[in-house]
Design a protein. Structure first.
Length: 601
């Protein structure tokens, strides 16, 4: 038992929990916590970006790269309101963040003090965050801190990880009590769930009975650090692998069994394999609308004609969109190890059994390659989008980390980026919150200081968080921003072109009476902040400039003018009812001939 202030207890807990960074912004509500961090500044580092949203994205990206949590610290009221976006992004992509939010003193609860939200309940801020966190904890006495701290850390790191909120009334930072900390949480991935032996046998039987099997893997495989097991199983059974963006790189995408992403902006071979598969083994992957062509039968998947084995650590995801033939509640790596052991036990390697299936897939690959490859080499001004993706791949080493934002640039990367390792392609996939890419890269670089870290973001997205430039300079974080500058909110403008007869409103950036395309001079903006920069308008100049920017080992911005009139070729679809969805530009849906397979067949 020690006589400790609340802020000291929280700080000690963060240190014990091996949280190396607090990304936070001051306010009167959290000065007590800042004071405790002052004392601990040789053990835990405070980094203060210029906007709380950035703090949240930094913590989120830090976890995605390192699989070790970081904390945010925000003041009561508005400071913590600015965190909503980043917690939503973290929740929908299953990333752990410990969000310490300050609140008004308990002595003043429901008096309506400065910045209290109390129309429905006193100190009601946890209800603001309720839909965007896995759990909120609001201790109201210092004595409650040890239990809540342990519970908060355990909740964010166990099962499907996610952000949690620790809402601390002002007085708790300052008040002291005779309390001792509880032990730290078991730690990330310390507790894993597995499948029953019967389910492993059944899964094995289903796979062996399949003539056209595919695996569909998602963030769950990366979160479980199951890349080696996935690769071993895919090779052993000779089963091709489709990946959702946050799973990319778990199987090296240069591997012959990797088919890439599926859905409207997927690769054609992935959509073809998904449509024609007779068995899909989905691991840690959601069938969300963008990776399932909005669930329209035959566009990306052909359930229920195809059988489905769905493995997930979250029961709520199993069967959400497609009732599985076999649903298994298990950690991805444990399941893969169990299945590999079963394959060994039964000595059931593939040995050419799937040759016909691979022959079909090779044909689809060749078609896709012939359709897309010529565009990768084209010299153009403004630049061809494919060329930007291809040159990034050429220049960046396999372990480099890229973070993407929301927008059409992301669609191009989903379709053509080849991630070579897990946790090297960071996407705001579930929530698609603009700002994640340019802000998250700062956290990624702190998590991996020796690896190149490059954000690729739209001109619109960058302009939402331009102050990331200041943070990179202040804290000497040498990241590179590639601003994909097409003078528009192009992803949305393309929807107006495609579905509203080109009636463009509110989606382009213009100035002057003649509506000339307008944007700030991004390179000038960067230089004004102390960041080196260059403007690139020709394909020939991009690769060299990127190489130079990475080599500079200083924060660097490249303003790259990209052609907005070249659009990613849809190979699936995306439906926004009641609007009529667009048919794929390349390929067509598959109408399965066979009768549905009964769920328990
Ligand atoms: C914070 C936020 N606001 C709005 C949107 C809706 N939205 C999705 S993509 C997009 C346009 C993105 O424009 P830009 O960053 O320039 O990227 P581009 O599509 O041009 O590559 C918008 C506004 C969003 N996802 N996030
Ligand atoms: Mg744009």
């Amino acid at each position: 038992m020690a006589h400790a202030k609340g802020a000291e207890l929280i700080t000690e807990f963060l240190v014990k929990e091996k949280i190396p960074y607090v990304f936070g912004i001051c306010g009167h509500g959290n000065v007590g916590m800042l004071d405790a961090l002052y004392d601990a500044r040789d053990r835990i580092r405070l980094v203060s970006p210029r906007h709380e949203q950035v703090a949240g994205h930094m913590a989120d990206a830090f976890f995605r790269v390192r699989h070790q949590p970081a904390a945010t610290l925000t003041s009561c009221g508005p400071g913590s309101c600015n965190l909503v976006m980043s917690l939503a992004v973290a929740l929908t992509d299953s990333s752990a963040v410990l969000a310490i939010t300050a609140n008004v003193p308990t002595q003043q609860f429901n008096r309506g003090p400065f910045q209290e939200l109390n129309r429905h309940y006193q100190a009601d801020f946890p209800n603001v965050l309720r839909p965007v966190v896995k759990r909120s904890f609001q201790p109201t006495r210092v004595e409650m801190l040890p239990l809540f701290l342990r519970q908060a850390a355990t909740t964010m790191l166990s099962g499907r990880p996610g952000p949690v909120q620790l809402d601390v009334p002002f007085n708790l930072f300052q008040e002291a009590a005779e309390v001792a900390l509880e032990p730290p949480s078991p730690g990330y991935l310390a507790q894993r769930s597995g499948a029953s032996p019967e389910d492993i046998e059944r899964a094995h039987d289903l796979i062996l009975a399949a003539k056209r099997p595919v695996m569909f893997i998602g963030h769950g495989v990366a979160l479980s650090e199951a890349g080696p097991e996935l690769t071993a199983l895919a090779e052993r059974l000779d089963v091709p692998v489709i990946s959702s963006p946050n799973g990319m790189g778990c199987l090296d995408m240069a591997h012959e069994l990797s088919l890439g992403f599926i859905g409207r902006n997927g690769a054609y071979p992935a959509n073809q394999a998904g449509r024609h598969a007779d068995l899909v083994l989905a691991i840690g992957a959601r069938f969300d609308d963008r990776s399932a062509s909005s669930w329209l039968p035959g566009y990306s998947w052909s359930f229920p004609q195809s059988r489905l084995i769905q493995v997930d650590v979250d029961h709520a995801e199993i069967g959400r969109n497609y009732p599985p033939t076999l649903g298994i509640l298990a950690d991805a790596r444990t399941f893969l190890r169990q299945l590999l052991a079963e394959v060994e036990r039964r000595d059931a390697a593939a040995s050419g059994r799937l040759a016909a299936w691979h022959g079909q897939i090779a044909g689809w690959r060749a078609e896709w390659d012939a359709f897309t490859r010529p565009n990768f080499e084209i010299h153009a001004s403004p630049l061809r989008p494919e060329r930007v993706v291809a040159d990034c791949r050429k220049v960046l080493p396999d372990d480099a980390i890229i973070s993407l934002d929301s927008g059409v640039h992301h669609n191009w990367y989903m379709q053509f980026w080849a991630a070579r390792r897990p946790q090297t392609m960071l996407n705001t996939w579930g929530f698609s919150g603009m700002g994640f890419g340019p802000a998250g890269i700062l956290g990624a670089k702190l998590a991996a200081p020796d690896r190149p870290c490059v954000a690729v973001c739209g001109d619109g997205g960058f302009a939402m968080v331009p102050h990331v430039l200041c943070t990179a300079v202040e804290y000497d974080i040498p990241v590179v921003w590639v601003v994909w500058n097409n003078f528009s909110w192009a992803a949305i403008r393309d929807i107006q072109y495609g579905l509203f007869e080109g009636r463009e409103i509110g989606t382009g950036f213009y100035s002057g009476p003649n509506k000339e395309p307008y944007n700030p001079d991004f390179a000038g903006w960067a230089r004004a902040s102390g960041v080196e920069a260059a403007t690139i308008t020709r394909s020939e100049d991009f690769a060299g400039a990127l190489e130079h920017a990475i080599g500079a080992e200083r924060p660097y911005l490249l303003d790259v003018h990209v052609d907005a009139e070249v659009r990613p070729p849809a190979t699936g679809t995306w439906a926004l009812p009641p609007l009529r969805h667009k048919e794929p530009v390349f390929g067509k849906p598959h109408v399965p001939a066979s009768e549905p397979v009964a769920a328990n067949d």
